[in-house]
Design a protein around this ligand. Structure first.
Ligand code: 5GP
Ligand code: ZN
Length: 148
């Protein structure tokens, strides 16, 4: 299928208004953790741990590459604010920041958002499994992705 930068990539996206845009404009209610002119942070409806917060840009961008630098910096700064609040007010000693960029990476809602998930020592969550490089594989992939 042909795609245009910034445009919905399928008819499904055309037919389904963005849920996070609806939360931002108040059509769907949410538990707001933080709000300013350009960003909103609200509780995830299905938390990994209580306090799991989503930080979104108010303007609709589908993913990181679509998002302009200034907005991305603002959103990340709010991630930091939320993380500090989780540490201070939930007495957690750390949190995961996750951004599922594009459907293949697990992104379900096509509106830029970062997950901030408070962590405790005994929450039994596992991080993703890691692999080892085969001989020559690191050099080969590096040759392809190195930014010069
Ligand atoms: P993704 O997989 O796109 O990175 O994550 C989307 C997240 O949005 C999921 O963790 C899901 O629980 C959350 N979510 C989906 N719909 C709603 C909703 O209507 N309200 C809230 N607060 N969270 C939602
Ligand atoms: Zn949206």
């Amino acid at each position: 299928m042909l795609s245009v930068a910034g445009a919905p990539s399928s008819m499904t996206e055309y037919n389904m208004p963005c849920i996070f845009c609806k939360i931002i404009n108040g059509e769907i209610s949410s538990y707001k953790v933080y709000e300013d002119e350009e960003t909103l942070a609200f509780l995830d409806i299905n938390p990994v741990n209580p306090g799991h917060t989503l930080v979104v840009s108010k303007k609709h961008y589908a993913n990181i590459e679509e998002t302009d630098e200034e907005t991305l910096c603002r959103v990340i700064n709010i991630v930091k604010k939320v993380g500090l609040s989780l540490k201070k007010n939930l007495s957690v000693r750390g949190y995961n920041v996750q951004m599922n960029n594009d459907p293949v990476a697990g992104q379900i809602i096509p509106h830029l958002h970062f997950h901030v998930v408070p962590r405790t020592e005994n929450d039994s969550l596992k991080l993703w499994p890691q692999k080892e490089y085969k001989a020559g594989q690191a050099e080969a992939v590096l040759k392809k992705i190195k930014i010069i």
